[in-house]
Design a protein around this ligand. Structure first.
Ligand code: ADP
Ligand code: MG
Length: 684
């Protein structure tokens, strides 16, 4: 059946439906109203404008016309009618609808709906919809579904089409994928009934329950997929269970100039415990910038090395890989563990010797970029894989690195705090370790918002800090000049060098430079030969220059809170007090969200706020992965339903790990059909 086979849909309407993502009749059945106008409750005339609720500012009234007249305000025609009921009278107004003058007459009974307010002359309503009632016709309002609409395709039109075809559309509903037990336990309507309630509800509660059912179903698909992966992984016991020496943590502590934080100790214990099992670890390590993740990675590598297996750490850029190597080497050296680097721009000779040592099992650790994936880079006994900023790698890339070992333990790392609720759902197939504590003694970065017209002040501040021997980052959103009125990093760095900081050494860093150039600029910045680094967001993650104490972000309104927090994390890594200056255009309003940054340095709290403001798509990797692509469900609003769905999924998979029981055929189809569940099955 085609869309055009439905009553009321011609070629043109079908085209308009397509723009709304409705291509087939089944899509129309799944095109749900986002709210319902409740026309059942009539407000007495005398009460109008008094009790309008915020979620439904329109009110309904029924009255008899006392008089009708037409007025003109400037060039706009206004038809006014006084309506009376038992409680009193009010004035109903229609704007720009002169033709009603002939249609409305004294004595008619009218239903009206609109926003009402109190005026000196009594209640008045701007009428949005009205209906003439027969003299003795009892008023019987209904719940009117309001649909996501499009250009030239109104909610009203969609409603009419759906109502005319509802019986036919309902025959398209599949068999209910949810087992009867779940329907009973949760009081959910069966699938076909639920569709009916969505499009033609009898009560708001009925519509609510139906919606909950669809939300639950979407979440259940994701949770089932995650649980299937977990179960499958833990069933295969082909990983090497590593032995954890009793005093290993003390040994590590002895080599450090500072005590491990409680969070680091807890997370190291979680990781070591996983690595001691013969089911491969699959864990996500999250920690805010500067929380000390490198040390935790070193602890995992140390345990692997003690058990005679090798580790590989893969980072998305050469800058990050080089930095990891530089930080890991001194941490691991006291234990006799040498780090080999593998990256793209490496000379053939040094690559060959690293490859030889890894292949022979002489080197315990390889740190590198995608170059680690190249053929010929082989390991004697790869037992631990660490993937930094895991969302920046594709599924096959992660799998390819793991395939260089036999069921290696895997640790994913990210410096982008993801709200716990979000992580527990879209990464439900991973175990989570969270470092929720910064090492002591850091003074928080001071953050200010400045208008663009005061940019000179920001640059004066940079100059002052450089005079004190420190360094600064200046971040701009685009590389070249563009139609968008955004600051170009190339143009701004030229301008800065010529007119603002002629006395300073400036460096330029952006994503279109070749990696050798990038590397060289970073190294000169690290050695303080460059005092001010003008860059795009390539400096976002992981870059660590302790002497840098000022971060200036141009066009800060462009970025999400989490990303700004990441950028800010480039400073405040040394002892000096550090500052972050967020520059926003003079004309931009709605900058309150920047206040959240000036008020907090807690990456997880900021991430929660970001999730609330911008939804899950804002988080690194979620939008592209498809893991959070739901039709009705919303991970923020509906998190309680998610938890229930997850619990249900655990119960189901415990009894039927591969969903092969006949009673679960519908669930199996659900997992294979829902986009988020499919993404989960394909992930990591
Ligand atoms: P992340 O990778 O999580 O951003 P790093 O591992 O780079 O953080 O650590 C940031 C800085 O904090 C490093 O200079 C590191 O030496 C230091 N550090 C790590 N753990 C501690 C600790 N327990 N106490 C004090 N300093 C620490
Ligand atoms: Mg780090």
């Amino acid at each position: 059946m085609n869309l055009q086979d439905l009553a009321g849909i011609g070629k043109e309407t079908a085209e308009r439906f397509k723009e709304l993502g409705v291509a087939k009749p089944l899509d129309l059945l799944n095109h749900f109203p986002f709210r319902y106008d409740d026309l059942r409750i009539v407000t007495p005339a005398a009460e109008l404008g008094r009790s309008a609720r915020e979620d439904s500012p329109e009110e309904n009234a029924v009255g008899t016309i006392v008089w009708v007249r037409e007025r003109r305000a400037r060039r706009l025609a206004i038809v006014e009618a006084e309506l009376a009921d038992d409680s009193g009278t009010f004035v109903a107004k229609w704007f720009g609808r002169s033709y009603l003058m002939g249609a409305l007459r004294q004595g008619m009974r009218l239903f009206v709906r609109g926003r009402a307010q109190r005026t000196l002359a009594g209640p008045a309503m701007n009428v949005a919809t009205h209906k003439v009632l027969n003299e003795n016709e009892p008023y019987r309002g209904e719940l009117v579904p309001i649909y996501p609409a499009g250009k030239d395709l109104t909610s009203r039109k969609i409603r009419q089409i759906v109502q005319r075809n509802l019986a036919k559309l309902l025959t398209l509903a599949d068999e209910d994928p949810l087992p009867k037990t779940i329907l009973r336990q949760r009081g959910f309507p069966e699938l076909c009934l639920a569709y009916g309630e969505m499009h033609a509800p009898r009560t708001p509660e009925g519509a609510e329950k139906a919606r909950e059912r669809f939300i639950f179903t979407e979440f259940l698909a994701l949770a089932l997929a995650a649980q299937m992966k977990r179960q499958a992984r833990s069933a295969v016991r082909n990983a090497q269970a590593l032995r954890v020496p009793a005093n290993l943590l003390d040994e590590l502590q002895l080599e450090l100039p500072f005590p491990l934080t409680a969070a680091q100790q807890r997370v190291i214990a979680e990781i070591w415990n996983d690595m001691a099992q013969d089911a491969a670890m699959n864990r996500l390590l999250q920690g805010d910038v500067g929380s000390g993740k490198t040390l935790v990675a070193a602890a995992a590598i140390l345990l692997a090395a003690r058990n005679g297996v090798q580790s590989a750490l893969m980072a998305p850029t050469e800058i990050l890989a080089a930095q990891h190597a530089a930080k890991l080497a001194p941490l691991l050296m006291p234990f006799g563990i040498a780090v080999e680097a593998i990256f793209g721009s490496q000379g053939a000779k040094s690559r060959a010797s690293a490859v030889a040592r890894l292949g022979a099992g002489e080197a315990a650790v390889a740190v590198g970029t995608h170059a680690l994936l190249t053929e010929g880079v082989d390991f004697a006994r790869l037992g631990l894989v660490i993937i930094d900023e895991q969302h920046r790698f594709g599924v096959e890339q992660r799998a390819r690195l793991r395939s260089k070992g036999t069921a290696p333990h895997t640790l994913h790392m990210t410096a982008t705090p993801i709200p716990r609720t979000l992580a527990q759902s879209i990464y439900a197939d991973l175990d989570l370790s969270i470092i929720d504590e910064l090492p002591p003694g850091r003074s928080p970065i001071e953050t200010f918002t400045l208008r663009r017209s005061r940019l000179d002040k920001a640059y004066d501040f940079v100059r002052k800090n450089v005079a004190l021997g420190r360094q600064a980052y200046i971040v701009a959103p685009v590389i070249d000049e563009s139609e968008l009125a955004l600051t170009s990093v190339v143009a701004e760095s030229e301008r800065l060098q010529k007119t603002v900081f002629p006395e300073l050494e400036l460096g330029l860093l952006h994503g279109r430079m070749v990696s050798r150039e990038k590397e060289s600029v970073m190294q000169r910045f690290a050695r303080n030969e460059v005092q001010v680094l003008v860059a795009t967001t390539v400096v976002e993650v992981g870059v660590d220059v302790q002497n840098a104490s000022v971060m200036v972000v141009l066009d800060a309104q462009r970025y999400g809170l989490s990303q700004l927090h990441q950028l800010r994390g480039r400073v405040g890594r040394g002892a000096a007090q550090s500052y972050c200056l967020l520059i926003a255009p003079d004309e931009a309003n709605e900058l309150e969200h920047l206040d959240i940054l000036t008020g907090s340095n807690d990456g997880f709290a900021i991430a929660e706020e970001d999730l609330r403001l911008r939804g899950p798509g804002e988080f690194a990797g979620t939008a592209q992965s498809g893991l959070a692509s739901f039709r009705v469900a919303d991970l923020v609003r509906d998190i309680a339903i998610y938890r229930d769905a997850k619990a249900a999924a655990e119960g189901i998979i415990a009894g039927d790990p591969e969903l092969v029981k006949p009673a679960h055929a519908g669930l199996r189809a659900l997992v294979e059909g829902e986009p988020s569940a499919r993404a989960m099955l394909l992930s990591s």
